[in-house]
Design a protein around this ligand. Structure first.
Ligand code: IPD
Ligand code: CA
Ligand code: CA
Length: 334
C-alpha cells in the first residue's frame, strides 16, 4: 500500500470476551499507524480461508499413504515435503484473491505488503511429527488478521488414523460464532478444575519454559481429570472450542500455530489470554485458552511461573513480528 495513504488513529483497547477477569490487564493503547487497505467483508475472508485450507488439506490427503520425505530444522523438529507443498497450495489461493495482503507462512516466512491492514497466518501442517508417524492428530490452519487481530479462521483436522482417515473442518468469523463441519460449537461451562480435562503442549526447544511447563503438567495432572498432549496446537484449541476439554496452554508457539485456533475458541464462547493474564496477541510467547469458567483458576498457578521466568531473564516479548508491520495493541478492528 502506498505510504501516502498512511493514517494515524488512536483508539482504546477493547476486549469483549473477558470482562469478568479482573486480573487480566489491558495493554496501554498506542498510536496506530496503518495503510488504508480496502476493507474486505469478513465473510469473504472466511470464504477464501476455507478455499485455501481445503487446497492445503487436499495436498495432505494425497500424501497420507505415501512414504514421508523428511528433513530436519532441529534435532527433533522435522519438516516434510508435504508441509511445503501444502503451504504453496494455500498461498496460491490467498494471493489470487488478495495479492496485496501480507502472508506469514511457517515455511516461507513473510510475503506480500507488510503495510497492509491484513495479515494471513498459515500453518500448512500443524503437528508435522504426528503426520510423519501417521499418528492423528495434525491439521491445516489458515487465519486472516485485520490490524493484527484474527477475524476469520479455518482449521482442518485429520483424525481417525491409518486406514480410517477423516477430516473435520472448524471455522470461525469474528462476531459470527464458531462451527465444526458447519454446525455451531461451544465451550463447556465446567468451572471446577477437578472436573476438567486439560491439554498442553511442549515445543521442540527444551528450555526453561519447557521445564516450567513440565511442572504445570505435573500439578494439573494431580488436580484435574487429566492433561492430554496431542501435538497439534490448533487442534488442541479446537478441542476446547468443541467442549471436549476445558483448557489448553503452551509456551513459545508461533503466530501460525495460534492465529486460527484462538479465534475459534473465542467465537465458541471461550477466553484467550497470555499465561500471565494479559490480553493476547498472536505474537505472544505464551497462550492459555479456556472455557472462561476455569480461566481465573488456571492463571493463579500460571502467573507466578511466568513471573519467575521473567525474573530469570527469559525473553517472553512478542516475536515473529514481520519487519515493517505495525503491531496493533489489544482489539483494534477498525
Ligand atoms: C507444533 C505443534 C505442537 C506444538 C509445537 C508446534 P508444527 O507445530 O503445534 O503441538 O507443541 O510447539 O511447533 O511444528 O508441527 O507445525
Ligand atoms: Ca505448528
Ligand atoms: Ca507446521
Amino acid at each position: 500500500m502506498a505510504s501516502a495513504n498512511l493514517k494515524l488513529s488512536s483508539k482504546p483497547c477493547t476486549h469483549r470476551f473477558i470482562p469478568h477477569l479482573k486480573r487480566i490487564t489491558h495493554r496501554t493503547p498506542t498510536l496506530i499507524i496503518h495503510a488504508t487497505t480496502a476493507k474486505v467483508p469478513t465473510i469473504q475472508l472466511l470464504d477464501v480461508a476455507k478455499q485455501a485450507a481445503d487446497a492445503g488439506a487436499a495436498i495432505v490427503s494425497a500424501n497420507l499413504d505415501k512414504p514421508r520425505n523428511i528433513s530436519y530444522k532441529g534435532a527433533t523438529d522435522l519438516v516434510t515435503d508435504t508441509d511445503q507443498a501444502s503451504e504453496d497450495a494455500i498461498l496460491n489461493v490467498i494471493r489470487q484473491s488478495f495479492p496485496n495482503h501480507a502472508i506469514l507462512g511457517e515455511e516461507g516466512g513473510i510475503s506480500g505488503d507488510v503495510t497492509s491492514d491484513y495479515l494471513w497466518c498459515v500453518d500448512p501442517l500443524d503437528g508435522t511429527t504426528n503426520f510423519a508417524h501417521g499418528y492423528p492428530s495434525f491439521s491445516v490452519c489458515v487465519a486472516a488478521l485485520r490490524h493484527s487481530t484474527p477475524v476469520a479462521a479455518v482449521v482442518i483436522e485429520f483424525a481417525g488414523g491409518p486406514g480410517a482417515w477423516v477430516t473435520k473442518t472448524y471455522a470461525a468469523k469474528r462476531n459470527g460464532g464458531a462451527t465444526l463441519n458447519g454446525k455451531p460449537i461451544s465451550v463447556t461451562r465446567t468451572s471446577d478444575i477437578t472436573k476438567s480435562l486439560l491439554i498442553t503442549g511442549f515445543g521442540y526447544e527444551h528450555d526453561e519454559c519447557w521445564s516450567a511447563n513440565l511442572e504445570l503438567f505435573k500439578h494439573y495432572t494431580d488436580i484435574s481429570q487429566g492433561v492430554r498432549r496431542l501435538g497439534s496446537a490448533a487442534i488442541d484449541m479446537c478441542h476446547v472450542a468443541t467442549g471436549m476439554a476445558e483448557a489448553y496452554w503452551e509456551f513459545r508457539l508461533k503466530p501460525w500455530d495460534m492465529a486460527a485456533g484462538v479465534l475459534i475458541v473465542e467465537e465458541a464462547g471461550g477466553t484467550v489470554t497470555t499465561m500471565d493474564g494479559r490480553a493476547f496477541s498472536v505474537f505472544d510467547r505464551s497462550v492459555v485458552v479456556s472455557n472462561g469458567a476455569v480461566h481465573q483458576e488456571l492463571l493463579k498457578t500460571m502467573e507466578p511461573k511466568v513471573e519467575k521466568l521473567l525474573k530469570q531473564g527469559i525473553d517472553l516479548s512478542p516475536w515473529f513480528v514481520p519487519k515493517g508491520m505495525m503491531v496493533h495493541s489489544g482489539r483494534q478492528l477498525e
